[in-house]
Design a protein around this ligand. Structure first.
Ligand code: GLY
Ligand code: MN
Ligand code: MN
Length: 472
């Protein structure tokens, strides 16, 4: 544990946000101005709102979680916050507001004003800048708001006002910054992974214990364990809708935790993880409901695990984003031939299975995605310096023409998931003992020079380890 006081911790994190804003200022250039609103509050129904979550870009640059706030960063490195004014009556109902008087010192910003002054102050802040930067197509009505500020500025050109000549999408710059995680982000993501791992362990053990003692187990019983464990450790919420899929439900990729019966002899697929202090984790484990794999379940499980190991081995600085996927597909496709999911006489060799995408019948998603503040995090999947190198091909299954550009080269500090799976729906020629088995194994990785660090391995993945855990 650190010996720092709360105020010292706040000042340390303020320095992190200040460094990020300084990097942003550098990138928009001395004549630039970046303007960024946080997320709007979302009505759930009538006068109930969804729990508030700030915009990821905004929080990345400020650490400020109140709604109705805007950040303005100018190329000279100054940051101005517009936030809700202090209002005792509103604070009695909705809670504490920092307010513009205390915001600069508390958050380490140069200036702050009430958000009610935004329209009055923005034209003057934009006046004389070459370029405005704002996130394109992300905040409803933002362009109209800009038009208003630029219109107000144009009305004053006869009095010496200077309008910016260009507008740029702020998302691109921030996406590149967020793609490589700094030490603070990596530490938060590791903690999120640990909490989520503990939640999976708890759900696995509950399933086996309830079945052993003759109780009826439903998907929501396991979901309740996950939520309890997330919150118990201070995680604010699940990072995405929890999937708790018993038996055949595991073959529905976006199934949600519902009321399905969890039966001994069947597998359970849980894809669930928490969000902690603005950062997501994303874990999937598949386990036998009663703690003991059947022969066919074990055969397919070990195949998915081997494909994940191949994908993990392919995840390192200098590799392409697609390398882990290609490695996983190779193992899965060979395994499909070996176990009889695919018939060699019909689909041909391993190369044919890959070329014609015959494996797609049982493995129809990618092996990973960026992860960070958003579970499917921002960041270009194409290597920016090679964007012009386009090749086209006809997709073997759909006949669509696909444009391929070189995939992103992985660098130390990038974070991605590694999540191969197999989903077997009944079909002609598919051995019956594999029907309705759905398996995915998912871990979160931070790329390093020689390989990657897995953030989510507190929860076991090996067959023997899962069975031992569920006996406990
Ligand atoms: N849980 C969302 C995903 O695995 O991508
Ligand atoms: Mn994922
Ligand atoms: Mn997932």
């Amino acid at each position: 544990m650190s010996n720092l006081t709360h105020q010292e911790i706040a000042m340390n994190t303020n320095a992190i946000y200040a460094q990020r804003r300084a990097r942003l200022a550098q990138q928009i250039g001395a004549g630039g101005i970046a303007i960024l609103p946080t997320a709007p509050e979302q009505q759930r129904n009538r006068d109930s709102d969804f729990p508030y979550r700030p915009d990821s870009y905004f929080y990345y640059l400020t650490g400020f979680a109140e709604p109705k706030a805007w950040l303005v960063v100018t190329g000279d490195g100054k940051s101005t916050l517009f936030c809700q004014p202090k209002d005792m009556e509103r604070e009695i109902w909705d809670g504490y507001r920092l307010g513009p008087t205390d915001a600069p010192a508390q958050l380490g910003l140069e200036a702050a004003y009430s958000v009610a002054e935004l329209d009055a102050k923005l034209p003057a802040l934009i006046d004389g800048r070459d370029a405005v930067w704002f996130p394109f197509a992300t905040h409803k009505g933002l362009e109209t708001r800009f038009d208003g500020w630029l219109g107000a500025l144009r009305a004053r050109v006869r009095y010496g006002a200077l309008c910016p000549k260009t507008q740029h999408d702020l998302c691109g710059v921030l996406d590149e910054m967020r793609l490589v995680k700094d030490a603070h982000e990596q530490a938060t993501m590791l903690r999120a992974g640990q909490i989520s791992g503990a939640a999976h362990i708890r759900a696995m053990q509950l399933s086996a214990n309830m079945l052993r003692t003759g109780q009826e187990v439903r998907e929501y019983h396991l979901e309740a364990e996950l939520l309890h464990e997330f919150r118990r450790h201070g995680a604010q919420s699940p990072a995405y809708g929890s999937i708790v899929a018993a038996g055949a439900n595991a073959c529905v990729l976006h199934y949600r935790a519902d009321r399905g019966l969890v039966k001994g002899g069947e597998l359970v697929l849980i894809d669930a993880a928490c969000e902690l202090d603005g950062y997501a984790s994303d874990i999937t484990r598949t386990f036998p409901a009663n703690g003991v794999f059947t022969g066919p379940q074990r055969a397919l499980y070990e195949l998915v695990l081997a494909s994940q190991e191949a994908a993990i081995a392919a995840t390192k600085a200098g590799a392409r984003f697609t390398d882990p996927h290609d490695a996983a597909v190779k193992v899965l496709a060979q395994g499909m031939l070996d176990v009889g999911l695919l018939d060699k006489n019909k689909v041909g060799s391993l190369d044919d299975v890959i070329e014609k995408r015959a494996y797609f019948q049982f493995y129809m998603h990618r092996t990973g995605h960026w992860i960070g503040m958003d579970v499917h995090d921002c960041g270009d999947y194409t290597e920016p310096g090679e964007i012009g190198q386009v090749t086209t091909r006809k997709d073997a299954l759909t006949g669509d023409t696909i444009k391929d550009r070189p995939a992103r080269i992985l660098r130390a500090g990038m974070a991605l998931t590694i999540e191969p799976g197999l989903y077997v729906r009944p079909a002609d020629g598919v051995p019956e003992h594999f029907h309705h088995i759905g398996i995915r194994i998912e871990d979160d990785a931070i790329v390093s020079e020689g390989g990657c660090t897995l953030l989510t391995r507190d929860v076991p993945v090996g067959v023997a380890d899962i069975e031992a855990l569920m006996r406990a």
